[in-house]
Design a protein around this ligand. Sequence first.
Ligand code: PLP
Length: 384
Amino acid sequence: MSEKKFAPASLAAQAMGWIDPVTRAVVPPIHMASTYLRDEDNGYSSGRIYGRADNPTFDQAEATLTALEGGAKSLIFSSGMSAASACFLALSPGDHVVASKVMYWALRNWLMTFATHWGLKVDFVDSDKTDQVAAAVKPGLTKLVWIETPANPTWSVSDIAAIAEIAHKAGALLGVDSTVATPVLTRPIEHGADIVMHSATKYLNGHSDIIAGALTGARDDAHWAKLRTIRAQLGTILGQTEAWLLMRGMRTLFPRVAWACTSAQSLAEKLAEHPMVEQVLYPGLPSFAGHAVAAKQMKGGFGGMLSVRVKGGERAAIATAARVELWKRATSLGGVESLIEHRASIEGPGTPCPPDLLRLSVGVEESSDLFDDLDQALKRAHNA
Ligand code: PLP
């Protein structure tokens, strides 16, 4: 399918229009092979040697993601964490990194422990304040600036274009965890990012039934080759069945994200007026600190993630989560079912997450049902 002729939503729905050349099937088979036949002349004309490097089952997901992100190449990984950590393992001990203070907590922990012991020098900044990024980069020493936008779980928004300029001037690459924005709403490469990362476990798959990760590179260059090598050496590829499920999920990415955005916007507006809610954190609210930057770099909606700070503090927040019926109390995000989570409990000591915060991942249920369920839970928790 021509990327110039068809919109990203059409490319995703038809997984780039792939048809099996032998059977004319509109859905690809799952290739289970872990090894490939060598030619009589000792070559590998198929381009495939061994299953730890790649598998044809994820060709389609990689090609589709590349088209959706407007990048040069994509790599599918066994998890979001293995995709993200590959970007840091591609650096050398002694290299300097600037990273968002508010980001997926397990990656922040990995950077503070493994990555720093391994020799990276990491400075954490509030990357929604661009001047903090500018002050933290060390020209010639900083090799990677890493931001997550909107960032878990306060949804603070970082200005991708402004930070790309700062990173590039210092001689660094910019990596963006765009899990929450998805390529439906933001294409970071168009704003100057060099690498886009996704926990494909979330919106790309959308059905809470696989763990997967992805990187898309702006260029197919030596750095990209290094990332590919790291995946092949560590064997952090996605299994065949999971790769197939990922592609199946990506076909409905656009309608799922559009529905979640509309529903999340409506919930944010209603919850902002709720007597038991202290504050709603959502980039789509004009009162939200990052709204203007979000409006600049997010097109078609502000995402399906929001958080509420509950009046009455931590006790009231946990009591509210305990009283929902439709929302499911579980970690993760980006699936068709709506999830609610008292985030500080999972992040533990040292988290920048306020104790009264409930994180909401809006799925594709009827929005009024989701509001009514939260409303009754907030009221019952308040009266308990
Ligand atoms: N980035 C974000 C924004 C996430 O929410 C997560 C997981 O929750 C990750 C990265 C890590 O992804 P995975 O759980 O697929 O390893």
